[in-house]
Design a protein around this ligand. Structure first.
Ligand code: ADP
Ligand code: MG
Length: 201
């Protein structure tokens, strides 16, 4: 079972890997966007970390709802409301149980990803974070390692796609040949799930 500590570790691990990969995320966004994805997420997850330390929410759902709220209020770019919605919706779907199963997390994350698609209007193949998140959720039933592999594969598979949503879509065909920054950061978020699970053992 996964408790609030697991979810706090998930957010802390994501914050650390965003910190570590910020330059790469910004470089990817400079090719097909406005070169702020790394700094956007760094600002957001720094706020998430601070809020979790200050408020110490004690259920899985409350951890994610608080994290999502921080992302929405601190990240200026498109990715803030989208990631904020992902975490908030997932958190709401987890309810106020003290512990949740991996199956319940998979189901809740599915609701979160549906929320991102409803808000941003992107579908799989549009070269967005959805291209990493949907395969990850599909694979989550087979465990965190499978979800991580699926997310990383999904992010790499954005390279040959033409962007149909977000800033990169303004480039039309010139968006082809570059990995999507949001799909890349989504792969970090999913990889952090596995790290959080290992950290608890
Ligand atoms: P901005 O585009 O406002 O500068 P960021 O650079 O932080 O915001 O985030 C860009 C990423 O957001 C893209 O790489 C893409 O993955 C994701 N994104 C943008 N628009 C959408 C959308 N409508 N649906 C899903 N993801 C999106
Ligand atoms: Mg940007």
């Amino acid at each position: 079972m996964l408790d609030a500590d697991f979810f706090r570790r998930w957010m802390a691990t994501t914050a650390a890997s965003v910190e570590r990969e910020a330059e790469r995320l910004t470089a990817l966004d400079s090719a097909i966007g406005d070169a702020d994805h790394g700094s956007n997420l760094q600002r957001g997850f720094t706020a998430v970390r601070a809020a979790l330390e200050k408020e110490a929410p004690d259920t899985p759902g409350a951890v994610l709802v608080l994290a999502g709220r921080q992302l929405i209020s601190t990240v200026g770019g498109a990715s803030g409301p989208l990631y904020g919605t992902l975490l908030r919706r997932t958190g709401k779907a987890l309810g106020d149980e003290a512990e949740v199963s991996e199956e319940e997390l998979a189901e809740a994350l599915r609701a979160g990803v549906d929320g991102v698609m409803a808000l941003g209007g992107a579908a799989p193949g549009d070269k967005t974070m959805i291209d990493a998140l949907v395969p990850a959720v599909d694979a989550l039933g087979e465990g965190f390692a499978a979800a991580r592999a699926a997310a990383e594969e999904g992010a790499m598979a954005t390279v040959p796609l033409q962007a149909r949503k977000g800033r990169a879509s303004y480039l039309g065909e010139r968006s082809i040949g570059h990995q999507d920054p949001g799909a890349t950061s989504s792969a970090l978020l999913i990889a952090s799930l596995q790290e959080a699970a290992e950290g608890g053992r």
